[in-house]
Design a protein around this ligand. Structure first.
Ligand code: GAR
Length: 191
């Protein structure tokens, strides 16, 4: 029997695709569905191309109904991965998936986290701060943005001439390299 995964993504979905490819030939882990709150997200095209079902919902449906939770139940989901997902996960979902939801953040939490700290905004803030290092943080999800227990961090340099785009590229390559491996480790330890 395989461990069934749902990926939530709000935008481009390059991490989602990378995770799907990583587990493609793994008989123990199956990416069952992608969920997005953004009907224009490029991740929807990726899902089509990769032959993964995709479910689109809006913020109100997520916050005030069981529509998303029911979709997770319908697909018999065991574990949830947030890969560039913008909204807060509501308690009805958190309660059913305790310590079974993880997120990736494109900086070294607890710095540069919280509401609205997403994608380019994070890299803008890191560059403005003059920090020598940025990196990635993979953490469990709880009811506050970016505050759940940290599972893994990896640093990279911030260079003097970095723009948000060049820094994002360096951070993305850490994400592509480490996120699938960390997901695998967490799954094998917990199931
Ligand atoms: C990733 O860099 C991820 O760390 C970040 O959004 C990007 C999504 O890229 N997540 C956050 O900022 C969460 N606060 P992708 O859609 O190409 O995977």
């Amino acid at each position: 029997m395989s461990i069934n995964i749902a990926i939530f993504a709000s935008g481009n979905g390059s991490n989602a695709e990378n995770i799907i490819n990583f587990f493609k030939d793994n008989n123990n882990v199956e990416i069952k569905i992608i969920l997005t709150n953004n009907e224009y997200a490029y991740v929807i095209e990726r899902a089509k191309r990769l032959n993964i079902p995709c479910f689109i919902f809006n913020k109100t449906e997520l916050k005030n109904s069981n529509i998303v939770l029911n979709k997770l139940k319908e697909y018999d989901i065991d574990f949830i991965v947030l890969a560039g997902f913008l909204l807060k996960i509501p308690e009805n979902i958190l309660n059913v998936f305790p310590k079974k939801i993880i997120n990736i953040h494109p900086a070294l939490l607890p710095k540069y986290g919280g509401k609205g700290m997403y994608g380019k905004k994070v890299h803008d803030a890191v560059i403005a701060s003059g920090d020598e290092y940025s990196g990635i943080t993979i953490h469990y999800v709880n009811k506050n943005y970016d505050e759940g227990d940290i599972i893994f961090q990896k640093k990279c340099e911030v260079k003097n001439n970095d723009t948000p785009e060049t820094l994002a590229k360096r951070v993305h390559s850490l994400e592509y390299n480490f996120f699938p491996k960390v997901i695998k480790k967490v799954l094998y330890e917990n199931f």
